[in-house]
Design a protein around this ligand. Structure first.
Ligand code: ATP
Ligand code: LTN
Length: 328
């Protein structure tokens, strides 16, 4: 059976972009593959963070996984920092990565420019930790949004390099990126990716937002002055992004949506889209709140998942140590 693996950073509340680009694929793949989905708390430390917030976000993101349909009886759900092999392999992969390769990573360039002189070394070595996350599990498929493609490509290069230099050890993973919905844009600035850690919550719809907040955010989402519902991401990014969200949640194609709203304006479309999102999010939000009311169950799911993940990771690290000549 093929293995799929992916992760989310506990850096804030999970949004509709995370769902459309990544989690919707997890839910499908847990029936078709042996699935590993986890919380990358070490990645969350690459930018300034508050330990109390990180603790809260870990539970919140774990609850969101479950409420959005990731099933712990089908997939292994775990916490990165509970499996020490991740950081161990990350060091080895850092020694295999060229400075130039790491410097080319666009996410590093974007995030480092935001944090200027405070950018951490961890932010620079982030992709090597992600490569370790993937390669430890003999992963075949990595379901992700468009922004993570370059990181999976680095993981592929590192797997091939290691195999060539030290002998066949790692499976070379494939990214799995949706044709549409792989890059949902921010509602308040459709030139930017919808992001958990954006300064203003106006840019994203969280899977924990209440009905009123959802309606308000959609009402104030940026469009353009054309006035008709259309789909042209290059020239009309705002309205096209809303059509994409609507299409991904309802299953109707952008063409069908445009036809349905012929002769109508943004106001009518936004009202319908808000309703679609409210109906989609309400049950997830309720389930999430129920799960968060009993921290014990969440912690036990993560602990069980981490124990299972550790079994796989320990085995792989033994092979790695042998290949590198450090096993005596
Ligand atoms: P942060 O703002 O803290 O970097 P994020 O919102 O980018 O967080 P991640 O935890 O980095 O979220 O991403 C989890 C998964 O969701 C990844 O597979 C990522 O590619 C995907 N993803 C993130 N943002 C979007 C988006 N706007 N559209 C589609 N997929 C996305
Ligand atoms: N960098 C990813 C999160 C991530 C990940 C992974 C995704 C860390 N390790 C392994 C897939 C596989 C992000 O979404 N920012």
């Amino acid at each position: 059976m093929q293995r799929s693996l992916s992760a989310i950073q506990p850096t804030g509340v999970v949004h509709i972009g995370n769902y459309i680009g990544a989690i919707s694929q997890f839910v499908k793949l847990q029936d078709e593959t042996e699935a590993f989905y986890f919380l990358v708390d070490y990645h969350a430390m690459t930018v300034p963070f508050d330990p109390k917030e990180l603790n809260k976000n870990l539970l919140q993101v774990a609850a969101t996984y479950l409420a959005a349909g990731v099933d712990p009886t089908k997939a292994t759900i775990f916490q990165q920092s509970q499996v020490s092999e991740h950081t161990e392999l990350a060091w080895i992969l850092a020694c295999l990565t060229k400075m130039g390769e790491a410097e080319r990573m666009t996410q590093f360039k974007d995030k480092a420019s935001k944090h200027a002189e405070r950018a951490s070394v961890g932010l620079f070595t982030y992709p090597m930790l992600m490569a370790a996350d993937i390669l430890l599990y003999d992963t075949n498929i990595v379901p992700i949004g468009d922004d993570q493609k370059q990181h999976v490509e680095l993981a592929r290069d590192l797997a091939e390099r290691f195999n060539k230099m030290y002998g066949e050890t790692f499976v070379v993973p494939q990214p799995m990126i949706k044709k549409t919905g792989a890059r949902i844009m921010a509602l308040d600035d459709p030139m930017k990716k919808m992001s958990k850690s954006s300064v203003s919550p106006k840019g994203y719809i969280a899977l924990s937002d209440d009905d009123k907040t959802i309606a308000k955010k959609i009402r104030s989402a940026q469009t353009d002055s054309v006035g008709t519902v259309g789909y042209d991401p290059n020239h009309r990014p705002g309205i096209s992004n809303l059509v994409t969200i609507c299409s991904e949640i309802t299953g109707s194609s952008p063409a069908q949506i445009i036809k349905e709203f012929e002769g109508k304006g943004y106001k009518e479309f936004k009202e319908v889209l808000a309703q679609v999102l409210i109906e989609f999010i309400a049950p997830i939000r309720t389930h999430q709140a129920e799960l968060l009311a009993d921290k014990g169950e969440l912690v036990s799911i993560l602990n069980n998942g981490s124990a299972r993940a550790r079994e796989v990771a320990e085995k792989k690290m033994k092979q790695v140590r042998s290949a590198l000549g450090i096993k005596l």
